[in-house]
Design a protein around this ligand. Sequence first.
Ligand code: SAM
Ligand code: SF4
Length: 458
Amino acid sequence: MLIDHNYINNLLATSSRLTDQQLEAILEKSQNKQQLSPAEVASLLQVENQKQLQRIYQTAGQVKNSIYGNRVVVFAPLYISNYCVNNCTYCGYRRDNDFPRTKLSQEQVEEEVKILEKMGHKRIALEAGEDPVNCNLDYVLQCLDTIYHTENVNGRIRRVNVNIAATTVEDYKRLKTKDIGTYILFQETYHQPTYEKVHPASIKGDYQYHLTAFDRAMEAGIDDVGGGVLFGLADYRFEVLALMLHNQHLEEKYGVGFHTVSVPRLKKAEGMSLEMFPHLVSDQDFKKLVAIIRLAIPYTGMILSTRETAELRRELVDYGISQISAGSCTGVGGYKENEMQKSTDQFSIEDNRSPLEVLKELVSDGLVPSYCTACYREGRTGDRFMRLAKSGQIQNVCHPNALMTLMEFMLDYGDQELLAQGEAFIDQEVNSIAREDIKNLVRKNLARLKQGERDLYL
Ligand code: SAM
Ligand code: SF4
């Protein structure tokens, strides 16, 4: 059994409170970038003491910094269809919710993409409900073509991650032909009884089929896969351990685990109330679980959406989050409608700031916003990306690339405030690059960007 429930429950039942010394030993292992064992993760999950929690947050921040540096990748979701045959009890798109369903025509996809491009986005996550008739794979593939070919004054979307329902090896092979970035699928909950309860009578209700989706994706040659849990459905401690086991399974079988892990937390949606869910996660437990996932799988990217408030997002970037969405809409055609009459959203969001505002905050916090898409375009995916991460080369490749995309953003979408703030910041960051040859190359590229060239990367 891929997710052995008894094993996880036993770990949780038998892990005892850590002494400070035991905690430090685990944190040291993590600082040395060694993966933690499930038993170690289980004991970290038991920590409640404030002083020990601070040590966990602090170390998670250090681990993140030493691997990823001070970059934060920025992206936005694009909802193409809200048709859905499933009845997930937590979701605004479920079939029992009665509202006019819609999907984007190719002209509308183009319109939405142009608006996203005008906000400065280069990376998007395509999202859709599951409906084999109204939103079949042909339609999704067509949308991908349209997205990649839609050009605005300042260029195109350069990477599309895809979050669509679990499917067959055949369909994953077809998806792979479209040069997608990461294939993302949330397990929602690894706890089978809860899974079956919140996914009544539906295609998605098959726990095993959903759980083995990444196996089929890997078999189809998709080597960048992104997992996730919808926190709030079942005990978060169970979920974190199960996530570790799932990652371990992929590593053992395919040589590479999750490229990213998303940590969506359950939010109010149409037709459901949060009181229906007894395992909602408090802010404190949420911070803890983010930090523990960072410590447990140090090389995996961690994604946080606008479901969370600006304040919490700012804090969590320090504890391990490496990618955030910005300026998001979770309705179909939502970017066009924006402040106008709202379509039905999948769930409510908390951080409504524009990418420009988010970027200003990141820069003022000494973080480099990144729209870089170089790795996947250079074929550095799957274990090739992991090798780059593990060799420490991220600092020599990703950091310079992030600086170049920040300069692009400032020139094309920035205002006077960001330009003033960003110029000095980029200068200081370039000076911190250790290798002289790279430092010179970046300086040269920044000058080329100012002269009008675009899309330069290492
Ligand atoms: N329909 C596909 C699926 O379910 O896998 C594609 C993804 S769906 C558009 C995106 C994700 O939104 C779901 O996987 C789920 O975790 C999340 N979601 C649904 N309802 C939510 C809610 N009320 N609060 C927060 N996230 C929610
Ligand atoms: Fe449909 Fe996905 Fe929402 Fe479930 S989570 S109802 S599958 S859109």
